[in-house]
Design a protein around this ligand. Sequence first.
Ligand code: GDG
Length: 740
Amino acid sequence: MFHGRGMSKLILVSNRLPIKINDSGEVERTTGGLASALEGAGIKGDFSWIGWGGICEEEIDDIESYEKKLAEVGVSPVQLSSDEIDGYYEGYSNSTLWPMLHYMVDRAKFSPDWFTCYRQVNEKFAKTVALHADEGGTVWIHDYHLFMLPALLKEMRPDLKIGFFLHTPFPSSEIFRALPDRHEILEGMLGCDLIGFHTYNYLRHFRSSLLRVLGIEDGADGIYHGNRFVDYGVYPIGHNRVGFQKAMETDTYKEALKEHAERLGDGKLLLSVERLDYTKGVPQKLEAIRRFLESNPDQRSKVNFVIIAVPSRVGVEEYDELTEIVQREVGAINGDYGEVGHSPVQFLHRGFPVEELSAFYALADVCMVTPTVDGMNLVAKEYIDCKRKKFGARAGVLMLSEFAGAAQEMSHALLVNPHDTHGVAKTIEEALAMTDDDMWNRVRAMQARLSRNDAGAWAKLFLGDLEKSGNNENHPNAHETLAQVGDDVSARIKKGEKIALLLDYDGTLRAFVDRPEDAVPEQEVLELLGKFGDHPNVHIAVISGRPKDFLEKHFGHLNIDLVAEHGYYWKRITESGEGEWDVLDKRADTSWKDAVIPHLEWAVTLTPGSEIEEKRSSVVWHYRRADPEFGLWRAKGLLSELTSTTASLPVSVHHGQKIVEVASQLVNKGIAADQLIQEWRPAIAVAAGDDQTDENMFSLTPPENVHLHTVKIGEGSTRAEHRTTISGLRKFLKSLANQL
Ligand code: GDG
């Protein structure tokens, strides 16, 4: 049973609570897939549930006693008014997001009011969860109704571990980008510690949306966002294996099996089970059935196409229309191909108890799962699982749409393209001609996988990964925050010790913009640097990849050291406040450029929006203005090309923030930083930077008695000890300046 308020460690959050009110007005828990998944994962008691109870606020006579009744079964409702149900649920969730997530942009309706309402309801959910969650507790959020909840909740309760699982597909970024609120939806999801999808394809699409919508280039298993690591992974949901097993052990099952088997006689049962939704491809299926009946007159009296379609979203115009279309076509097919006493298609517009459903599965010769798009599709898995001889099941074959997530796992099904109704009709013929041996072999192969990957295993896997996620130790790349560095530096300042600041510019002191020339330092930064430069106990240098003219133009008037072109040029400020630009290591040779530049020029020709920047000691190919995915792809190609071209040249090649750079080996920020530290001999030095070239500073071994703190700005792998954002660094520098 669930635990009551305030006691639970794990909280499940979904749009609807798994409850119903029975005839005598009592609240009862329903055993939906999720609840049994958790039981299967061995989590029986230690979780509670938050969601909407299914009744509008206005219709509840006594809210207090309603909430009390719900608390008794361990669930807490988020109360929604009928206006909120209209805007958040019927509107944004079902009429905007659901069609968009299923590639049906034409069906999607957009309304700013719905979105406002969606955000407000997500906020309501966040407040309710924040109120109930234990300190450091775990929250598992489900599905597209609650895309914005993770970020809202993380903001209120950073102590919580938050997981999100999407039950629908995540569409291609070409579709997702059409959503007016795409930024907010992605930002909302990124509030999580772990995001799960059914298939690798959905994950891939999500990642490409991050890149195209938010400009985030991620790692293979997650991204660094807003100072936190967000993991993601592929967790194909399994069916409720235990639930079906139990159902098949009942007398109700046995009776249903016997009754339906007698009725069928030696006729063939071709079963479909689905919510009547436009994503499930029922009209296309009927068209295929019509074609099959048309071209197989000898089969007309033998086949029974039983379509169990559970009513869904009744009262919503599109769904009512779909029901009408389906009913009309079923009637027409039976009119055209039926005989006295036999209708080839039976349309059952209602749900059946699971015991009876299992009997249908056990008997069906063919199960036609033909959605045009479907996140996973559990019917496919349940059908195969119910094919158990010991429960009297007959052999059967699964016909499965390539566009259901389940197709990735059920490799022994007959895969079909539901839009190709000729093809589906042919596959019906093939299925009916298959031998029992062939069918059982296929069933057994798929059952082997299903038995290890049922709902319980799925929940266990996700929750196990969630427990490990967001934990910095798992990611050698994500480290402590800057707070500890602040304490250390403050203590040294108080003691009057010397401190050194070695700061990169782009991506560290200044956010990236489309045109590098527009990224001029803000006044606030200049004032901060100026203040540090004027203080006798502070040594400061801006160490950048920029040319010296840029640094001179913007920082030349300050009392600070400057290092340009990653350490090729530098300008040291003397006691009298003067400084001259000089080459740091006169041995640095740049004759290799002739061999390298043609490769970069070719990359420019092939990649619209990219360009070359030539510096004294390096050449850079920039692709910030190119198509992000195309640019990244070309960058990888260029990198491998350059690796072989430059093998015997005194250069280093690196892939930075939207750039590929080839630089002299004798020149790097590490060498420059090392020289500065050797001279300055501060008690403590802080080196901060955002990209690959800054890693040379991070791997420095400082002289004895110099304590070096290294700080990575933003995402990506690093050797730095600490990590923060541009604004985090700014805050740190400000507080430091205030202590001087
Ligand atoms: C979403 C995604 C994803 C159906 N008729 C009866 C009945 N059912 C049960 C089935 C099955 C469930 O309903 C339907 O699940 P699906 O997976 O097929 O589809 P959605 O409802 O659209 O679910 C989907 C799923 O979330 C899980 O992540 O797979 O892609 O769209 O379990 O058995 N159950 C009973 N009687 C019926 O008549 N008892």
